[in-house]
Design a protein around this ligand. Structure first.
Ligand SMILES: CCCCC/C=C/C(=O)SCCNC(=O)CCNC(=O)[C@H](O)C(C)(C)COP(=O)(O)OP(=O)(O)OC[C@H]1O[C@@H](n2cnc3c(N)ncnc32)[C@H](O)[C@@H]1OP(=O)(O)O
Ligand SMILES: NC(=O)C1=CN([C@@H]2O[C@H](COP(=O)(O)OP(=O)(O)OC[C@H]3O[C@@H](n4cnc5c(N)ncnc54)[C@H](OP(=O)(O)O)[C@@H]3O)[C@@H](O)[C@H]2O)C=CC1
Length: 306
């Protein structure tokens, strides 16, 4: 059934929708066709590990990195999703992706993952902490379990990954490079306060580690995407999605390939002097609009209550 929901649900659960949802983001056919400005051996000899590599930005990054010559490892919780990336890269580039089912909230599993990547490829050059997410809700209504789930994934999970990778780099005397995918938090994130708190934590953790870990030649940077259309948009109601892109002055949505190209740049030698930075990719949203991922409350509309 095709229908546009007219109500604003207090809690939106993607599994509960009873209307057909449009395709979101670049699918595999789209990804196969994306051009790149980079030289095709730009990442030759490099190993890159991408968390959340089974979908969205993680999948696009895995494909681009492989096209640029990198050895690629991915992780995520859903084995079926991970295998779609393995298959895509094999078909497109001919190389094998190392896929390791891992919940980044589990510190022991993260330690095992980093070990497997080292055993398989003999080292790691770039870690991309892309896994994460949240659900849209007014903060006042967050359940304790919901708050903990979002903080545990986006802050703790990212930290376990960073610490384990850095321990190995220090032990091996090898340089390291970390790229953390965060979000656009400069002016807060109404209806996503849990993720805002976690991502702000990651940004300042990264700035701190960029100094502490420079002695071991480990760089740490963040990318702050604005509205990037991916299959992850399923987490949001259609009525909210309809105005997502209106939160930036370009009135556009980015795509997963935009972010993948920035990650590839940060993984390349061209970025060797970038450390402790946050690169915002949001079409100017940080200076301008608010996303309201659960739908804008009437109070904030132009003719809402003052
Ligand atoms: C935010 C504005 C920016 C707009 C642009 C940003 C876009 C994106 O980030 S797109 C990428 C989106 N992708 C995702 O968010 C995918 C990953 N997300 C998740 O997997 C979940 O949201 C998660 C972070 C909560 C994962 O936790 P997990 O423990 O796996 O999930 P559970 O389903 O077991 O839920 C635990 C707990 O969390 C509360 N909760 C979960 N979903 C909702 C919801 N839709 N609304 C309200 N509360 C929710 C709830 O308390 C859950 O416990 P139970 O009640 O026992 O189910
Ligand atoms: N799209 C956007 O507009 C924006 C996205 N972001 C962030 O960018 C990142 C990529 O998002 P996007 O590609 O859009 O969305 P997706 O939902 O497609 O990607 C999120 C990935 O994270 C993985 N993941 C989630 N939780 C865990 C976990 N506990 N352990 C391991 N893997 C996990 C998921 O895999 P699996 O299900 O297999 O576990 C999934 O592949 C996310 O952190 C997202 O929040 C930030 C700002 C804007």
């Amino acid at each position: 059934m095709n229908a546009t929901p007219t109500h604003k649900p207090k809690i939106f659960r993607p599994e509960d929708v009873d209307y057909e949802r449009p395709k979101r983001g670049l699918d595999e056919d789209d990804l196969r066709k994306q051009p790149t400005i980079y030289r095709d051996d730009m990442l030759a000899g490099k190993t890159i590990l991408i968390t959340g590599g089974g979908s969205g930005m993680g999948k696009a990054t895995a494909l681009l990195a492989a096209r640029l010559g990198a050895q690629v490892a991915i992780c995520g919780r859903d084995e079926e999703k991970l295998q779609t990336t393995v298959k895509l890269v094999k078909e497109e580039v001919g190389s094998d992706v190392l896929s390791v089912g891992t919940n980044i909230r589990d510190a022991d599993a993260v330690e095992a993952l980093i070990g497997k990547v080292h055993d398989h490829f003999g080292g790691l050059d770039t870690l991309v902490n892309n896994a994460g997410g949240q659900f849209p809700q007014d903060a006042i209504d967050f359940s304790r379990k919901g708050w903990l789930a979002v903080i545990d994934t986006n802050l703790n999970g990212t930290w376990w990954m960073m610490q384990e990778a850095a321990k190995r780099w220090r032990e091996d005397g090898k340089p390291g490079n970390i790229v953390n995918i965060v979000a656009n938090v400069e002016r807060g994130m109404p209806q996503a306060a849990h993720t805002c708190a976690a991502r702000a934590g990651v940004i300042y953790l990264s700035k701190t580690l960029a100094t502490e870990w420079a002695q071991w030649n480990i760089r740490v940077n963040c990318i702050g995407p604005g509205v990037i259309e991916t299959e992850g948009f399923r987490m949001y109601p259609e009525e909210a999605l309809a105005r997502f892109h209106k939160a930036n002055p370009m009135k556009q949505r980015g795509n997963a390939w935009d972010v993948a190209e920035m990650i590839a740049y940060l993984a390349s030698p061209a970025a060797r002097f970038i450390n402790g930075d946050l690169i915002v990719m949001d079409g100017g949203q940080a200076q301008w609009g608010v996303v309201w991922p659960a739908g804008m409350p009437d109070y904030f509309s132009e003719d809402g209550a003052a």
